[in-house]
Design a protein. Structure first.
Lengths: 214, 212
């Protein structure tokens, strides 16, 4: 029974399912002197793509085989200020075409060597919170008892724009969901489903293959 | 023996006093207004410079601007000071938009500098939306400005309204003060972006630029 406990913990903690869909609209490929920039969409009124998720995808793409040079989001947005702010950022490739007509924008873009612009749009939602945990502190010590669980669902889209041809070359969608548990028997034991982290890894790996033209 | 007892009583009293002071301070701190001084860094905009010399006047209401958010019971909840941050923002934005920029203490002083135009920004209204009131998972800041441009000799050129908006999502390990600061910085960046991109499109400014 004791030997099964770690296995059970691992099974519960890794209870996440992830789906990745790719829709290709054009040829891709990148030279060693070219870079990509990954930007989060923040124009929606009720949510915004977290900067941490954007950083996670970027960091994953710069590591391992066929790694790609990724310009950090904040560095790019600050250098391009005020053209990539939530209210001014291009929403369609036609807007990017208009933006590239501005000499200051085209110049900065060439300086960075940006070949592809990736727009990440999505969020992680927590639902189905159930159970209760109560903690008490007394002269003899402290302890928590109870059980809680919730479900996380991450949905992210990555639209890839080719800055050279000013075309949308494809979209990669990721949907990850998982159930997290928090049993507490004196001490709480969190068994967290790494939903957003899994979505990041799968999306980054797919995106890397897509940009490399594989 | 009596001496030791006395000393013990004194030290217990001293500990009790310290604990009581700490507890009272904690209670007062949790009930009092939370002061938020907006702090952020603002990049210079990449826009074509207008061939104009400009004087800017930051008047006292702008420099010392602060907004007080009241709780539902009418108590002061947040005191948000953004005057210094607004000055820092304009100091970053204006030199990138105009050939030369000089700061003046008053309109009269600015008129004596022999510049092409004088710019006087002012905050008309500041609004804060907190998640516990809106039931949304975001902190929101909305600001309305009154921008005034007069010629070097004080004749009015343009007077227009500009709004800016910033939001930041709630996060488990982020305090309300930090979230309000982040939302305000987004709103200030929004102001800088719309001001720098729309300045020459304001009809009165456009006509004045065309007539020069």
């Amino acid at each position: 029974m004791k030997a099964l406990l770690p296995l059970l913990v691992v099974l519960l903690a890794s209870c996440t399912s992830t789906t990745v869909d790719e829709f290709r609209q054009g040829e891709t490929g990148i030279n060693s002197d070219e870079s990509i920039v990954i930007l989060g969409r923040r124009h929606s009124s009720d949510y915004e793509t977290r900067a941490e998720f954007v950083d996670c995808v970027g960091e994953r793409m710069t590591t391992g085989n066929d790694s790609i040079s990724v310009i950090p989001e904040k560095e790019f947005v600050d250098a391009m200020f005020p053209w990539f702010e939530p209210r001014t950022a291009p929403l369609r490739t036609q807007d990017l075409e208009r933006l590239m007509a501005e000499p200051v924008v085209a110049e900065k873009m060439a300086e960075f060597g940006v070949r592809y612009m990736v727009w990440l749009d999505g969020f992680t939602e927590t639902s189905g919170r159930t159970g209760t945990i109560s903690c008490t502190v007394g002269p003899g010590g402290a302890g928590c008892f109870g059980f809680g669980s919730w479900e996380d669902d991450s949905t992210f889209d990555a639209r890839v724009w080719d800055v050279a041809s000013l075309q949308n070359v494809g979209t990669i969608s990721t949907d990850a969901s998982g159930q997290s548990y928090l049993p507490a028997l004196v001490i709480p034991i969190p068994l967290i489903a790494r939903v957003e982290a899994n979505a990041c890894v799968r999306l980054a790996d797919q995106l890397k293959q897509f940009v490399n033209g594989e | 023996m009596i001496f030791n007892e006395c000393m013990m009583k004194n030290s217990i009293r001293s500990i009790a006093k310290t604990l009581c002071t700490a507890f009272c301070a904690l209670v007062l701190a949790s009930c009092g207004v939370s002061k938020v001084v907006i702090e952020g860094s603002y990049p210079s905009p990449n826009v074509a410079k207008l061939p104009l010399s400009l004087a800017v006047v930051y008047d006292e209401p702008l420099r010392n601007f602060s907004y007080i958010e009241y709780s539902e019971t009418g108590a002061e909840e947040f005191n948000i000071a953004s005057g210094a941050s607004h000055v820092a923002l304009f100091d970053a934005v204006l030199p990138a938009m105009f050939e030369s920029v000089v700061e003046a203490a008053s309109l009269e002083e600015a008129e004596s500098l022999g510049v092409d135009a004088i710019f006087v920004p002012a905050i008309d209204e500041f609004q804060l939306a907190l998640p516990n009131k809106t039931k949304l998972d975001v902190y929101e800041v909305w600001i309305r400005y009154n921008m005034r441009l007069v010629s070097g000799d004080g004749a009015p050129i343009a007077d227009w309204v500009l709004t800016s908006y910033g939001k930041t999502p709630t996060e488990s390990l982020r305090t309300a003060d930090a979230a309000i600061n982040d939302a305000a910085v987004v709103a200030l960046r929004d102001l800088a972006s719309s001001f720098s991109l729309s300045f020459a499109q304001v009809p009165e400014v456009r006509d004045w630029l065309a007539s020069r």
